[in-house]
Design a protein around this ligand. Structure first.
Ligand code: GAR
Length: 207
């Protein structure tokens, strides 16, 4: 049997996207293995889920460390797992160039808006307050700017008149849970290339 591609998943909290990746693996929608879960917070609920699943966990606290030193510590924690992809799943710290350069075009992130709209914190509330009629989520490759790298996949979510920031966030989260595993599966299984800012999948090219 061929070995499955290895994912290392970085979290900071709840870990529902981690759970969605694990469920997709369990259901055969994502043909990969989670080699490790790494958190910058020891109290991240996602760490408990990972431990229950028998997935190795690591905590690399950012407390008292400058960004570069934290990123170096993260990189050293992750390298032994030799990941094909590093998946940020609600990981709320910025990564230094030394980290992104260690895994070139092999770091992905999920963000709860249609980038480039509403990067940064509390994206769902930003979209709600702006009054957009559609929002959604974006899976993108990670570069050195916040919520910025080339886009892999997006899903659209309508904003309803009776939404609150919370109901909108919940609807976007459901979309995230479908979109992230699908995007990771595609990156792992289909040939792709980057042209400028565009991620082009070979199977989507016209003949
Ligand atoms: C998710 O909504 C994710 O898109 C967002 O944090 C939440 C984590 O939830 N990430 C960002 O805003 C990154 N800029 P989870 O811990 O339940 O997966």
């Amino acid at each position: 049997m061929t070995e499955l591609p290895r994912l290392v998943v970085l979290i900071s909290g709840r870990g529902s996207n981690l759970r969605a990746l694990a469920e997709a693996i369990g259901q055969g929608r994502l043909r990969a293995a989670i080699a490790a879960v790494v958190s910058n917070r020891a109290d991240a609920a996602g760490l408990r889920f990972a431990a229950e699943q028998g997935i190795p966990t690591r905590v690399v606290s950012h407390a008292g460390l400058a960004r570069a030193a934290h990123s170096d510590a993260l990189r050293e924690a992750i390298l032994p797992f030799d990941p094909h992809l590093v998946c940020l799943a609600g990981f709320m710290r910025l990564l230094a160039p030394s980290f992104t350069q260690a895994f070139p075009n092999r770091i992905v992130n999920i963000h709860p808006s249609l980038l480039p709209a509403f990067p940064g914190l509390d994206a769902q509330r930003q979209a709600f307050d702006y009054g957009v009629k559609i929002s959604g989520c974006t899976v993108h490759l990670v570069d050195d700017e916040l919520d910025h790298g080339p886009i892999v996949m997006q899903s659209v979510v309508p904003v309803l008149d009776d939404d609150t920031p919370e109901t909108l966030a919940a609807r976007i989260l459901s979309a995230e849970h479908k979109t992230y595993p699908a995007a990771v599966e595609r990156l792992l299984r289909e040939p792709w290339a980057i042209a400028g800012r565009r991620v082009l999948f070979q199977s989507s090219q016209s003949a």
